[in-house]
Design a protein around this ligand. Structure first.
Ligand SMILES: [Zn+2]
Length: 447
């Protein structure tokens, strides 16, 4: 939880056309108690700036964000101080400058208590809804709907989804996605979590959209260290339900399979629309009452967010042309199966009217064991209601360490490569639509 209080700090910046960058300190006034320790839980501090002309505020730490970071004249700004999950106190320097004068505020934040329980992440999400026809309900998604979809996602991440179905295992990630309340400048959103944008020709090639060749799309991105950005539009390719950039990791705390770079510890902007893209053609598709849709939006979004947080598909394939298959997902507790063998079997039985959901979620692992597919990082048919402990560990590692992922981080142990100017490669993962789109459970004994 974040505390909100007003720091008794009055920062008086009198700008006088002074040429010196540091200015004359006698012209700047700051009240006293900036040295008081800020709680490890984080805080929102209010700073009053009195100035003539334009000013700019910069923080030297990613966990302390000035909002807004620039302005003009007398104005209050907020310093958003994230939770500290580190065992050490930490310090940030916030610099206010304008018209040749500069003043620095130093903040200290207490360490997390040694017996603190694991941090409960609440990650703000912003859906960028792209439309060229406001009367098209798939494009101009109904108000309130995306919040419901996110709730369904949260049920999966807290392991409450399908909790009544026999054999339920899975684990709670201790992570909650929340609809963003404010925009990057701190302005309250009329419609939390939703940014509606007119887009000329809103049927879009998702590969082009997510690439670096699209400055218009890159301009949509909200601060990646504060929001997960989700772009909702009509994909040119109807068979693709979603596409996502996968998480980065730092060189001092790497995670198998993820692109490794320290670049984003010192650079926070990207020139492509990083995040999750969702095909709005299936935006209202939802399973329920024993009736399953392979294009279920709750599954699609949960699955894509899993990629964004560092997970790979749980299956491999003996068909080398199957680009969706992973050689490994770096998790020992997700049984691997041959996706192409499963698809061959599925094609042979799909016309059988007696085949139920219980039948088609059966898999045979590469070691010969039968199991039910319930993993969110599988493809259809699956109940898609579980993450495993190893998957949890990967996502927690990303949440706690990876740049461009919102929420408190362990302090990066920077290495020499931290000053690297080399931007790491951009890797995306896709979710494809299965040929069959609906299936019923005949047996009700497990519902
Ligand atoms: Zn996928």
């Amino acid at each position: 939880m974040k505390q909100q209080f007003i720091l008794g700090l009055f920062f008086l910046l009198i700008l006088s056309g002074c040429d010196s960058l540091t200015g004359d300190s006698s012209e700047l006034g700051i009240s006293s108690d900036v040295s008081s320790l800020i709680s490890s839980e984080g805080a929102e501090l209010v700073v009053d700036i009195e100035a003539q002309g334009d000013w700019m505020v910069q923080s030297d730490k990613i966990w302390c964000t000035p909002v807004p970071s620039e302005g003009s004249g007398n104005q209050s700004i907020k310093l958003l101080v994230g939770a500290n999950i580190n065992p050490n106190e930490r310090e940030a320097a916030i610099t206010v400058s304008g018209n040749g004068s500069m003043q620095t505020i130093r903040l200290m934040q207490e360490a997390v208590s040694p017996d603190a329980e694991e941090y409960h992440y609440e990650i703000p999400v912003i859906f960028h809804v792209l439309y060229d026809d406001e009367t098209n309900e798939n494009q101009y998604v109904r108000e309130g709907w995306l919040s419901q979809v996110l709730d369904i996602c949260n049920q999966r991440y807290s392991n409450e989804y399908f909790s009544g179905i026999s054999g339920k295992q899975g684990t709670d990630i201790n992570l909650e996605f929340v609809m963003a309340e404010t925009d990057p400048n701190g302005v309250r959103l009329d419609e939390p979590g939703v940014d509606r944008r007119y887009w000329r020709n809103a049927t879009i090639d998702c590969d082009e959209f997510t690439s670096e060749d699209n400055p218009d799309a890159a301009a949509l991105v909200w601060d990646l260290n504060r929001y997960i950005n989700i772009y909702v539009y009509t994909f040119t390719d109807k068979n693709v339900l979603g596409i996502t950039h996968i998480a980065y990791t730092g060189s001092a705390n790497p995670l198998e399979g993820l692109p490794e770079s320290d670049y984003f510890y010192t650079h926070s902007s990207v020139d492509y629309p990083r995040g999750v893209s969702i095909n709005n053609s299936a935006i209202y598709d939802l399973s329920g009452n024993g009736h399953f849709l392979s294009s279920d939006i709750g599954v699609t979004l949960s699955h894509e967010l899993g990629h964004y947080l560092g997970l790979f598909h749980v299956f491999s394939s003996s068909d080398s042309s199957d680009s969706d298959a992973s050689q490994t997902d770096y998790c020992d507790d997700t049984p691997d199966y041959d996706r192409s063998a499963y698809m061959l079997w599925l094609n042979s039985v799909e016309k059988n009217p007696l085949m139920t959901m219980e039948n088609v979620i059966q898999r045979v692992s590469v070691s010969g064991a039968s199991f039910q597919s319930r993993n969110i990082m599988d493809y259809y048919w699956t109940l898609a209601d579980e993450f495993t402990l190893d998957q949890r560990a990967r996502m927690r590692h990303v949440l706690e360490n990876s740049p461009l992922i919102p929420g408190p981080k362990y302090e990066p142990r920077l290495t020499r490569s931290a000053s690297s100017e080399q931007e790491p490669p951009i890797i995306t993962m896709k979710l494809l639509r299965d040929g069959k789109v609906e299936r019923n459970v005949i047996s009700s004994s497990e519902r």
